[in-house]
Write a protein that binds this ligand. Structure first.
Ligand code: SF4
Length: 502
């Protein structure tokens, strides 16, 4: 039984196989269907001893709606953590919520539209009397500040990105019917050290770990550094201690995220491989996975660490954004197309079984048909089976906004479709090679009434890659299963039979 302050939590759709345009390097727009209410897992419940014991329908429940990438999800988990500590009763059942907290994303146009659409939807519910209070937090507030507040006067509380203690205090005041400020400024740049306990919104099998904040790059399409600030690494000691807490709560896979994972430790004369190696040695860590690695200045010792530690998965998410040199230059990315190719070649030479995931941004100003064709060819030639793509969205305040040569939306969409079609072809071919083989699967979902579980092989990151469905078993979330791949479903996910009886 979950503790009483967790009111019948469920997760929304978690798996969006093949990452359709959903995971730009710093968190692109998500499929609106993927918006989810965050919910705690056993790993985090143990952090909170003081919980209300008399949960009933009269209590002022608070639910949180999360938008955006895995990094923003960590912020949602922190908000939930601070609210739980403040005595707020959290539910993911929106139908009983008194107050809804919306954690927004504002990376590019579609993400912003999604966030604003969600605010409008919540205000409509408030008008109908279905909810009492609407709270809007996160990136959209950080970016548009009081202009956003002026645009949506029906919102009860806006909160910039902060340590979330003040947010939790204000939400508690709202639910208690007390007066509180209607706008919370962020306290400035967030410190890189421990953010405090989180209420995890992922299944017990994996958890995201933010290893640093901010980014020192100046990609001309990206507003993130202006929202999240410059790069600051969290300390190795703090991250190792966070990993211990997560695994002691049952988490098996640590998914490392940041705006730029490659830069971890630089300011402290350390390197990402030092951290990955330390995490691999934490008791109970069965998988460590690195996401969002900027290709330039790649810390090559990471490939040694992947070979030396079986629990460091041979997988790397390395967003390249484009492959045509003129476009990379105008995006202000470091390195040419050939340098990007050389980096991928070396990764595959150093770790022959490595799975690479990347991201392409199509329709950047000045992109020609030939540049787009080069990107499509790159996907085929480099057999990029795990690819997120998105179309360029001009962002005010970024250098890209001023560039001539904007690509019409329908042309950008056609180029996006072309890289996705190339990806799907590669994906089907590479996944088909697994049919008839044995794989090891970490179980992410199971249900007491179902004779089947859902999980992932080491080649797949949660939420953005593929899943494996194992039929005829009742394994628990967090279990590892050996299974035989029988077939693929229509999206190239694996359909398997267990090789062990449970
Ligand atoms: S500036 Fe570049 S590297 Fe930094 S978050 Fe944005 S896209 Fe990623």
């Amino acid at each position: 039984m979950p503790p009483p302050w967790v009111a019948g939590y469920t997760l929304g759709p978690r798996f969006r196989p093949k990452g359709h345009g959903s995971d730009a390097e710093h968190g692109g727009p998500r499929d609106p269907e993927s918006s989810r209410r965050a919910a705690p897992t056993q790993a985090a419940r143990s952090h909170f001893a003081e919980v209300p014991s008399d949960l009933n329908k009269k209590q002022p429940y608070v639910s949180l709606v999360h938008l955006g990438c895995a990094r923003n999800l960590i912020d949602s988990e922190l908000m939930l953590g601070r609210m739980a500590e403040a005595g707020v009763v959290i539910t993911d059942d929106a139908s009983v919520a008194h107050t809804v907290v919306l954690n927004t994303c504002s990376f590019i146009g579609p993400a912003r539209e999604e966030s604003e659409g969600a605010i409008r939807a919540l205000l409509k519910r408030k008008k109908k009397g279905e909810i009492e209070r609407v709270v809007v937090a996160g990136c959209l507030v950080q970016r548009y500040k009081h202009d956003l507040a002026a645009k949506f006067p029906g919102v009860d509380l806006f909160a910039e990105i902060s340590d979330y203690k003040a947010l939790a205090k204000s939400v508690k005041a709202l639910t208690d019917g007390e007066k509180t400020a209607s706008y919370l400024e962020g306290p400035g740049l967030r410190e890189p050290d421990r953010d405090g306990a989180r209420l995890l919104a992922t299944p017990n099998s994996y958890a995201y770990m933010r290893i640093s904040h901010g980014c020192d790059h100046t990609c001309s399409f990206c507003a993130i550094p202006s929202i999240r600030g410059p790069h600051r690494s969290k300390s190795l000691e703090d991250l190792v201690s966070e990993a211990h807490e997560l695994t002691s709560g049952g988490v098996r896979e640590l998914v490392l995220v940041a705006e730029d994972s490659t830069a971890w430790g630089r300011e402290n004369a350390q390197e990402l491989p030092d951290l990955v190696e330390a995490l691999a040695q934490v008791d109970g860590v069965k998988r460590v996975r690195v996401m969002y690695a900027y290709p330039n200045r790649f810390p090559w010792r990471l490939t040694e660490v992947m070979r030396a530690h079986p629990n460091v998965v041979p997988y790397l998410d390395i967003p390249v954004q484009h492959i045509a040199t003129p476009i990379l230059r105008s995006m202000r990315r470091a390195g040419s197309g050939d340098q990007v190719r050389k980096i991928l070649d070396r990764l595959r030479a150093d770790v022959p079984n490595i799975t690479l995931r990347t991201t392409l941004l199509m329709g950047f100003p000045g992109e020609t048909d030939a540049d787009a064709a080069e990107a499509v060819e790159f996907v085929r030639e480099y057999q990029i089976a795990r690819l997120g793509a998105f179309t360029y969205s001009p962002e005010q305040g970024t250098p890209g906004f001023e560039l001539d040569g904007r690509v019409p939306g329908d042309v950008a969409k056609a180029r996006y479709d072309a890289v996705i079609a190339a990806r799907d072809g590669v994906l089907h071919a590479t996944q088909s090679q697994l049919v008839g083989t044995e794989v090891e699967i970490l179980v992410d979902e199971s249900h007491p009434d179902a004779e089947a579980v859902v999980g992932r092989t080491a080649a797949d990151a949660p939420e953005v890659d593929l899943i494996a469905v194992v039929r005829g078993t009742r394994a628990k979330v967090g279990d590892f299963l050996r299974a035989r791949v029988d077939s693929l479903d229509s999206e190239s996910n694996l359909v398997c039979t267990p090789l062990e009886k449970r």
